[in-house]
Design a protein around this ligand. Structure first.
Ligand code: ADP
Ligand code: MG
Length: 149
């Protein structure tokens, strides 16, 4: 159990993006951000802010749900944005080779609960729906996901 969890409430897409924007300054090549939350929770919104914080044009960031993986360059460090929504097979996920790909980039992974193996030093952001546009964010150092599995 670690006590390094942070709880935040946001009330708009922009506020959630702002959390990503602020997280960006703490991330470097090799950093991994695990995003957990239902469809429409705001995972992609947070990645949009993250991109902006890294210096990538945020309007380049769309949901990669249909493309699985996108890489954005032009920022302080490359950003690789992955969405595991459509993958259910652990082997398929393994074949993406995320560990290797992430070595030289910031890796942001939506639906990270599908990962067959945890990333040891990841930051995890869980986004839960509140009433209306309210979202509750829990930011924690790994292995929060596994503790709660
Ligand atoms: P996900 O990637 O988790 O499926 P998206 O970021 O694509 O979610 O979409 C989030 C949706 O929820 C958007 O339509 C956004 O406008 C809406 N929304 C409403 N309130 C918030 C909030 N507080 N944070 C993030 N998104 C919000
Ligand atoms: Mg998304």
């Amino acid at each position: 159990m670690n006590d390094r969890r942070r709880y935040l409430t946001t009330r708009s897409q922009d506020e959630t993006a702002d959390v990503g924007r602020r997280l960006a300054s703490a991330l470097n090549a090799g950093s991994v951000l695990l995003l957990v939350g239902d469809l429409g929770a705001g995972k992609t919104a947070l990645v949009r802010g993250l991109a902006e914080g890294l210096g990538v044009a945020p309007d380049e960031v769309s949901s990669p749900t249909f493309t699985l993986m996108q890489e954005y360059r032009g920022g302080r460090v490359p950003l690789i944005h992955v969405d595991l929504y459509r993958l259910n097979d652990a082997r398929e996920i393994d074949e993406l080779g995320l560990e290797e790909l992430g070595l030289n980039a910031v890796l942001a992974i939506e639906w990270a609960e599908k990962l067959p193996r945890p990333f040891p030093d990841a930051i995890e952001v869980r986004i839960d729906h509140g009433d209306g546009d309210e979202r509750r964010l829990t930011i924690a150092a790994s292995p929060y996901l596994n503790e709660n599995a």
